[in-house]
Design a protein. Structure first.
Ligand SMILES: [Zn+2]
Length: 459
């Protein structure tokens, strides 16, 4: 089995990946907070997870992949400030919080399907795991790592000597960042203490999602959700935990603290973080009106899988600057490959040197740009016959995920035949307006239209 090397945020270095159990990888991915539309920025993160998972699978590992759905407890800031994202959105849309979560979960699924992300083995919802979260908070209180105030149950960062080491932050920096919150709950011992359980009091007195607990009615903090679900399905120590780089300083620092203090074991062995997708140097967001969804892509007649191709052009550890031009270019490349795929009926022999180069690139900290270079090298090599080229591309597609196998095989339908005939007649009559219109109709059927001396030809 070829070894994977991967950048581990924990050690800030590239390490050889060795799972706890031979041949099996436990992987937890922070999932979406389903209060708004999934956009291309989110897609980049999940395509990144998918490339990692497919690479591990290609290398021979069995991957146990858990990704949560956060449907409660995420405030408008990643720490304890602000309002609950769901309660706020429910008011704006005139729906219940449950309806909000359901609608945007479906939109997330639709987006993931469009970019061919393999679904996780388990996709737990936070609201289905409240008892596990309460259990974990009870353990932390029993061990002296958490305390209760009138408003919440907090994790006591002063009891965890390694708190802050993961993100390399000093507690004094955190003090500045969370100062506002101290004013909200004066009983908080340290400004960096974070909420494990919010009570349905104060600013949350009308919170519509709440559950009974030993500390009265309330709801869990966002961070405890991931720890509880990860432990439930994958055990105290997992091999890989993924997330966006924005999760490092708060969410993941807190996940580590509460998990390791509760169990006394290492929580995660390899932390994999994806960099952002930017639009002209800015983060994709609604307020900046640079927020694009799968529907925006389809509306521009771009194939959603062009997003995958675009993502793979840049290392997951570098920012990806999104432009429509770049996506259009990826779409044009994809169409070229699909056109080729549509004509292939015989699977030949895979090129072994290219297979090795491809795996080598991916095993080197998921160097997708290099792997794509191998793909284009094969694709453009005129010395390789089509059936062998096709065999190699199908092999690559296990990680590329461009659905090459599903491309309909080329054939001229009777409908297209009629349009060709009409078009050739209009061209003889020099009626170019009609000829152009018929070209558009043929293109809408998925053909590429060529004008030759013998008339219209389709590809
Ligand atoms: Zn998480």
């Amino acid at each position: 089995m070829k070894k994977l090397t991967i950048y581990n945020t924990k050690s800030r270095s590239i390490e050889e990946f060795i799972p706890l159990s031979e041949g099996v990888v436990t992987m937890y991915a922070c999932g979406p907070t389903v209060y708004d539309f999934t956009h291309i920025g989110h897609m980049r993160k999940y395509v990144g997870d998918d490339i990692l998972k497919r690479t591990l699978t290609l290398l021979g590992y069995t991957v146990k992949h858990v990704m949560n759905i956060t449907d409660v407890g995420h405030l408008t800031s990643d720490s304890d400030e602000g309002d609950d994202k769901f309660e706020k959105k429910a008011v704006i849309e005139g729906k219940t919080v449950w309806e909000i979560a359901e609608f945007y979960t479906q939109y997330f699924h639709k987006s993931m399907q469009a970019v061919n992300v393999v679904p996780p083995n388990i996709e737990p919802k936070a609201t289905d795991h409240i008892s596990e979260m309460i259990g974990l908070v009870e353990q932390l209180i029993a061990k002296g790592f958490a305390y209760e105030t009138e408003q919440a149950v907090y994790f006591d960062v002063s009891k965890d000597s390694s708190y802050g080491s993961f993100s390399g932050q000093k507690l004094s920096d955190k003090e500045v960042a969370v100062r506002d919150d101290v004013i909200i709950d004066p009983s908080k011992k340290h400004p960096a203490d974070f909420s494990l359980w919010f009570k349905r009091v104060g600013k949350f007195r009308d919170h519509s999602m709440f559950w009974p607990s030993p500390w009265g009615n309330g709801f869990p903090g966002w961070h405890i959700e991931c720890s509880a679900m990860s432990m439930k399905y994958l055990g105290d120590t997992i091999d890989i935990h993924t997330g966006g780089i924005d999760h490092i300083p708060v969410h993941h620092e807190n996940e580590i603290a509460q998990s390791e203090c509760a169990t006394g074991h290492d929580f995660v062995r390899y932390w994999v973080h994806h960099d952002f997708l930017h639009v002209d140097g800015l983060k994709m967001s609604k307020s900046l009106q640079n927020f694009y969804t799968i529907d925006d892509i389809v509306a521009r007649s771009i194939k959603p899988l062009a997003v995958r191709l675009l993502c793979m052009q840049t290392s997951y550890r570098k920012p990806l600057n999104f432009t429509w031009d770049a996506l259009e270019a990826a779409n044009a490349q994809l169409k070229k490959v699909y056109r080729f795929a549509a004509h292939q009926t015989v699977v030949g022999t895979m090129s072994t040197p290219h297979e090795e180069e491809f795996i080598e690139a991916l095993a080197d900290d998921l160097n997708t740009a290099k792997a794509l270079a191998v793909v284009w090298e094969v694709f453009n090599d005129s010395t390789v016959n089509d059936s062998d080229k096709w065999a190699t591309l199908i092999y690559f597609d296990q990680v590329l995920g461009l659905n090459l196998d599903a491309v309909p095989k080329f054939g001229i339908t009777p409908e297209a035949q009629t349009l060709i005939q009409k078009r050739d007649e209009s061209r003889v009559e020099r009626d170019f307006a009609t000829s152009d219109e018929l070209r558009t109709q043929l293109e809408a059927l998925g053909y590429e239209v060529l004008d030759t001396t013998e008339g219209t030809k389709l590809l």
